[in-house]
Structure formats: structure tokens, C-alpha cells
Design a protein around this ligand. Structure first.
Ligand code: AMP
Ligand code: MN
Ligand code: MN
Length: 339
């Protein structure tokens, strides 16, 4: 795979300097812990496994830490079986690499103790807090995996078929299989180069888009049946713990639901409330392109991207819905006033 046609800076001037500093850090240290955000997705895990494989190939020691099970649909990723739920074997001088999150809080409880001096932060979210000692952030990239590809090049490591599969998984995951507006010509070129390097595209799409549990499909049906569409274009639905229990489904099975709300022709903003065991709601927001759902999520204590964002909101249900609809409308009104 040639380096010239895939340089992943995507027009951001200072990103190259940041990348060089992160690459120098990776070369200088000997042990790394790959860290994911809560509710891990293909971008965060694929980025960690890809960089982990690259670092191992140059003799570094790598731990993949996850305070959770690896989601079933990501168990095609090379390395997933090496993921561990403890810090066993991690030395005091290990460097922690946080992928795909704008602040450390997104990594969940188990990683809040890690001090800034030991953190590398690699991310593409808007408003990244540069919480690491080393930060490589480029909001112009569709996936964190694009940045990791640049680092693999900087380390002088060959992109093996396994690394390519992890990285193509990040792109496919964060672009909805190259369908979302973040899939630029640059992103498509990276994808093509990864396929040329041996990435198993068909395995990835089969796992991410064409494999669903029966229970999950039933809950999708229920969520659509119960969906509401407001006059101002908010399409929302709620999946309760009781619904999940009725079918034997989990939050992992709900990936398609908010997208199914978003496609409604009169919808501007889709919102899915997913009740957690503790009574709080994990909120997923999607925009059809006019409104910035990241702003809405921010107002609710969350974050994300222009067209896809999320937050966690406290119950009870009625007040959660009220607060979320108010946050959505506040951003919508603001935009209507200023445009
Ligand atoms: P999801 O709806 O869970 O697929 O998330 C959509 C986007 O919003 C992803 O980019 C997430 O990183 C981001 N996101 C989701 N939940 C939160 C949260 N509680 N805080 C910050 N960002 C979030
Ligand atoms: Mn992510
Ligand atoms: Mn991402």
C-alpha cells in the first residue's frame, strides 16, 4: 500500500505535527494499554487492535483493556480474543492510548484514575478536550481509524491483512458502510487502499450490517410501532427494560433503531431513549442534515458529531422526554432565528 495516496491528514495543518509527536511517543515507550469508550463500537475497537498489532510487530508490549464484553458483532476483529477486563501485567510506566473519545470521562469508571502524563489521545470528535499529554485530533476524518493508519505508516509498519481488516472496520462502522456524509473521496480512497492491503470487506459488512438477533428485530418492530412524530419533525421512541426483557434483547441489539426513525420523510431529528438497568436513559440522536445534534447532546451533558450524537439522561421517563425535546427544540429554534 503506497503512502503517497493515503496520507491521512485531510487538510489539517497542525495534525502532522501532532501525529509526529504521538509516533515519537509510541517509538520511545515499551508498553501500551489500548483503551475504549463506553459502549464500544467498530471505530474504537478497530483502532486499538490495529495500532496494537502494529506496535507488537515492532516489539512493544500491548494490552487491550475493556471494562466490558466485546460486542458480539465486533468479534470478527483480529485480536478481539486478547481483550482483557483487568490491568493484569500492566507496569507503572505503561502508556494508555485513548481512542475515539473527546474526553476521558467517556472511557468510563475504570479508566478515570489514569493521569494525563501517561495518556495518548487519538480522536476525531468535535470539541476534543486534548486530555492527553500527547494528542492527535483531526475532526475532518470520518473515523479515528484513519488517524491510526497514519501512525502505522509513521512507525514504518507494513499494513498486514489483519491490520487492514481492523482499520476498514473502523471506516465502515463510522460511515455506515460509506453511506453517511462523512464518507469523502479521501475516506473512500483509504477504504480502497485497505481492501488492496487485504482487508476482508465482506466479513465486515456481513457482521456489521447483515447479522441481527431475532430478539433485536422484534424490539426494532416494537420501537417503530411506538414511535412518535411531532409537527416540528422530531421522530422519537423509547425502548424500556421491560421490552428488552420480554424478547430477551440487550442494548447491543438496538443499533438500527435510531436510523430507522431518522429515515422518516418528515423527520429532522431522530431520538431514541434506551432505558438502562439503573433507570437512566441512554439517548441516541440523529440528524437528517439541517440541525446539529451534537449541540443538542452537549446541552444534555453528552456529545458526538453533527449528524450523530448521544447523551445519558436521568429518569423518570416523562421528565427525560420533556428535557430532551426541549434541548432539541432550543437548537432548532436558534438555527431558525439565525438563518
Ligand atoms: P450512539 O447514538 O450511541 O451511536 O452515539 C452517536 C455518537 O455520539 C457517537 O459518536 C458517540 O461517540 C457520541 N456519544 C454517544 N453517547 C455519548 C455521551 N454520553 N457523551 C458523549 N458523546 C456521546
Ligand atoms: Mn466511537
Ligand atoms: Mn469514531
Amino acid at each position: 500500500m503506497s503512502q503517497e495516496n493515503t496520507a491521512p491528514t485531510n487538510g489539517k495543518a497542525n495534525a502532522l505535527a501532532d501525529a509526529a509527536e504521538v509516533a515519537a511517543c509510541l517509538r520511545a515507550h515499551r508498553q501500551f494499554v489500548m483503551c475504549a469508550h463506553e459502549k464500544p463500537d467498530g471505530d474504537v475497537l478497530g483502532s486499538g487492535y490495529a495500532l496494537g498489532l502494529a506496535l507488537k510487530s515492532i516489539g512493544k508490549s500491548v494490552t487491550y483493556f475493556l471494562d466490558d464484553e466485546v460486542p458480539r458483532n465486533l468479534r470478527f476483529m483480529p485480536e478481539w480474543q486478547s481483550t482483557q477486563r483487568s490491568f493484569e501485567g500492566v507496569a507503572d510506566d505503561a502508556i494508555f492510548v485513548f481512542f475515539d473519545m473527546s474526553d476521558q470521562a467517556r472511557a468510563g469508571k475504570a479508566l478515570q484514575w489514569v493521569p494525563r502524563e501517561r495518556i495518548v489521545n487519538i480522536d476525531h470528535h468535535l470539541g476534543n478536550k486534548r486530555f492527553g499529554r500527547w494528542n492527535y485530533v483531526n475532526e475532518g476524518e470520518a473515523a479515528t481509524g484513519s488517524l491510526v493508519l497514519g501512525l502505522v505508516f509513521s512507525l514504518g509498519v507494513k499494513v498486514t491483512p489483519d491490520i487492514a481488516t481492523c482499520l476498514l472496520g473502523t471506516l465502515i462502522s463510522d460511515t455506515g458502510c460509506f453511506q453517511y456524509s462523512n464518507a469523502s473521496p479521501h475516506t473512500m480512497r483509504l477504504g480502497a487502499a485497505l481492501i488492496e492491503a487485504g482487508a476482508d470487506k465482506d466479513l465486515i459488512t456481513e457482521q456489521l450490517y447483515y447479522t441481527r438477533t431475532f430478539a433485536g428485530q422484534k424490539v426494532l418492530g416494537r420501537a417503530l410501532e411506538n414511535a412518535q412524530l411531532t409537527d416540528d419533525g422530531i421522530c422519537y421512541s423509547i425502548v424500556t427494560q421491560a421490552m428488552l426483557e420480554e424478547y430477551g434483547a440487550t442494548h447491543e441489539d438496538l443499533e438500527d433503531v435510531v436510523g430507522a426513525l431518522r429515515v422518516v420523510d418528515r423527520c429532522e431529528v431522530a431520538a431514541l431513549f434506551k432505558e438502562s438497568a439503573d433507570g437512566a436513559y441512554r439517548l441516541s440522536l440523529r440528524s437528517r442534515g439541517r440541525f446539529n445534534v451534537m449541540e443538542m447532546a452537549r446541552a444534555l451533558g453528552g456529545g458526538g458529531h453533527f449528524r450523530a450524537a448521544g447523551a445519558t439522561v436521568a429518569g423518570p421517563r416523562e421528565s427525560a422526554i420533556e428535557r430532551v425535546l426541549a434541548a432539541i427544540r432550543s437548537t432548532m429554534d436558534e438555527k431558525s432565528r439565525t438563518h
